[in-house]
Design a protein around this ligand. Structure first.
Ligand code: AMP
Length: 419
C-alpha cells in the first residue's frame, strides 16, 4: 500500500506488544498509588503559556528550547504541556483545593510534549506516570512518593534500582549557594561550554547538570555544605525514612533537575545496568511553585516517571507481560450460526465469563488456529446443523473430547467446567 503519511517525527503509535507493556504499567501504577491514598487527576494537554514560563522557569531548556507553543484562533498564547506539575498546581489554585483537608494527593498517567531531538528513549510525545502531594510540609511525604514509585518498579519486575538524591535547599540557602557557585564558575569561565557561559548569569545551578562541563563541576562547591539547619534536618529525615524502607539511594551533589521550581529534596531513579544510564524518572519538593503561579506559599512534592523508558528497562531486564486471555473460544460456521453466536457471546459477557471469538473469519481451520494460539481450554463450535437445532458443540482442547449440548445450556456448562 502506498504510505502517504507517517506519524509526526518523535511521536509514536502505541499498539500490540508495546500497548500490553503500557497497560501493565498503568494498571500497576494505579493500583499502588490508590493504596497510598492518591486520587486521579486529568488536566488539559495545553495550558496558558505562562503556567509554564512562570512555573517551570523561563530560562530552563524545557521552556526555552523544547516547548510547543502557539497562538489560538482567538489569540490566546498556549503551550502543549511539557510536564505535569505546573498544570496540576494551576488546577489546585483554580479549584480552591487548599480549602480541603491537606495534603491533596494526586496521580496521573498522561502524554507530554517536548520538541527534543528524537533518539532512543527521547521522544517529542512521551508518557509519564506521576504523583503530587500538595499542601503539607513533611519529609515523610517526599519519602512516601519515592516509596510508591520504588514499589511500582518492584512490582513491574525492575528490581535493581537506585535512587540518586540531593537537596537543593530552600530559597535562602540556595541564594547563598548560587553566589558561591557563580564565583567558582566565573573563575573557571574559559573551561565552560557556550551554554553554561550563559547559564552562570541566569541560573548557575544548571551548570551542575551539564554533561559537557564535567571537570569544572567536579571542583565546584557542594550544596549540602550550604544548607541551613532546617533544610539539612529535613533532608536527613528523608534519607532515614528511605533506610527504614530499605530503599537504596546514592547521594549525588550534582543532581539539580532541570526545572526552576524545585526546592529541598530532589531525586532521580536509575535502573542499574541500563546501558545509557537514562533516568527512569525523577522528582522533588517544589514549595515555591504555587506561589509563582499566584497562589499562597504552599508546600508540595512530586515525581514523574517516563513510561517509554520504563518499557525499555522492562525489555532490557527481559520482563515479559503475560496477557490474560479468555479460556473459552466461540467458533461459528454459517450465517445463521454467526447470528446465534453473536447473541451467545452477549450471554457470556453478561454472565462475566470472558470468551474470545473471531466472527470475521469463516473457516473453521483459521478459527481453531486462533483458539490454539490463545491456549483456549474449550472451544464452542456451531455449524449450520447445530444452529438450526439450537445446539452447540463443546470441544475440550486438551483431550479432544466433544459434547453436543443445547445452546441455552452453554454458559452454565462452561461455568461448571471452568471451576
Ligand atoms: P523530567 O522531569 O524531565 O526529568 O522527566 C521525567 C522522566 O520523564 C524522565 O526521567 C524520562 O523517563 C521521561 N522523559 C522526559 N523527557 C522525555 C522524552 N523526551 N522522551 C521520553 N521520555 C522522557
Amino acid at each position: 500500500m502506498p504510505k502517504n503519511f507517517q506519524s509526526p517525527s518523535g511521536m509514536h503509535d502505541i499498539f500490540g506488544e508495546q500497548y500490553d507493556y503500557f497497560e501493565r504499567i498503568r494498571e500497576v501504577f494505579f493500583k499502588v498509588a490508590k493504596i497510598y491514598g492518591f486520587e486521579g487527576i486529568e488536566t488539559p494537554v495545553m495550558e496558558n503559556i505562562k503556567v509554564f514560563t512562570r512555573g517551570v522557569g523561563e530560562h530552563t531548556d524545557i521552556v526555552e528550547k523544547e516547548m510547543y507553543s502557539f497562538k489560538t484562533k482567538g489569540g490566546d498564547q498556549v503551550a502543549l504541556r511539557p510536564e505535569g506539575t505546573a498544570g496540576i498546581a494551576r488546577s489546585y489554585i483554580e479549584h480552591n483545593l487548599y480549602t480541603r483537608t491537606q495534603p491533596i494527593k494526586f496521580f496521573y498517567f498522561a502524554p507530554f510534549f517536548r520538541y527534543e531531538r528524537p533518539q532512543a528513549g527521547r521522544y517529542r510525545q512521551f508518557w509519564q506516570f506521576g504523583l503530587e502531594t500538595i499542601g503539607k510540609e513533611s519529609p515523610v511525604l517526599d519519602a512516601q512518593i519515592i516509596a510508591v514509585m520504588y514499589n511500582v518498579f518492584q512490582e513491574l519486575g525492575i528490581k535493581d534500582l537506585v535512587v540518586e538524591i540531593n537537596s537543593m535547599g530552600d530559597s535562602s540557602c540556595r541564594e547563598e549557594f548560587e553566589k558561591v557557585l557563580k564565583k567558582h564558575f566565573k573563575k573557571e569561565n574559559s573551561s565552560l561550554c557556550a551554554d553554561c557561559k550563559k547559564r552562570i548569569k541566569k541560573n548557575p545551578l544548571r551548570v551542575l547538570d551539564c554533561k559537557k562541563c564535567i571537570k569544572v563541576k567536579e571542583s565546584a562547591p557542594q550544596i549540602v555544605d550550604y544548607l541551613c539547619i532546617q533544610c539539612r534536618d529535613d533532608f536527613k529525615k528523608v534519607l532515614e525514612y528511605l533506610e527504614e524502607l530499605n530503599i537504596p539511594y546514592d547521594l549525588n551533589s550534582f543532581l539539580v533537575r532541570g526545572l526552576d521550581y524545585y526546592t529541598n529534596t530532589v531525586y532521580e531513579f536509575f535502573a542499574s545496568g541500563s546501558e545509557e544510564r537514562l533516568a527512569l524518572g525523577g522528582g522533588g519538593r517544589y514549595d515555591g511553585l504555587i506561589n509563582l503561579l499566584g497562589g499562597e506559599e504552599t508546600p508540595a512534592t512530586g515525581a514523574a516517571m517516563g513510561v517509554e523508558r520504563t518499557i525499555l528497562s522492562m525489555k532490557e531486564n527481559e520482563i515479559k507481560v503475560e496477557k490474560e486471555t479468555p479460556r473459552v473460544f466461540i467458533a461459528q460456521l454459517s450465517d445463521l450460526a454467526k447470528r446465534k453466536c453473536l447473541k451467545l457471546f452477549e450471554e457470556f459477557r453478561k454472565a462475566n465469563v470472558p470468551v474470545s471469538e473471531s466472527f470475521g473469519q469463516g473457516s473453521l481451520k483459521r478459527q481453531m488456529n486462533k483458539a490454539n494460539k490463545m491456549n483456549a481450554e474449550y472451544v464452542l463450535i456451531m455449524g449450520e446443523e447445530e444452529a438450526v437445532e439450537d445446539r452447540i458443540i463443546i470441544r475440550d482442547m486438551q483431550s479432544g473430547q466433544q459434547e453436543n449440548i443445547k445452546t441455552k445450556e452453554a454458559v452454565k456448562e462452561i461455568k461448571k467446567k471452568l471451576k
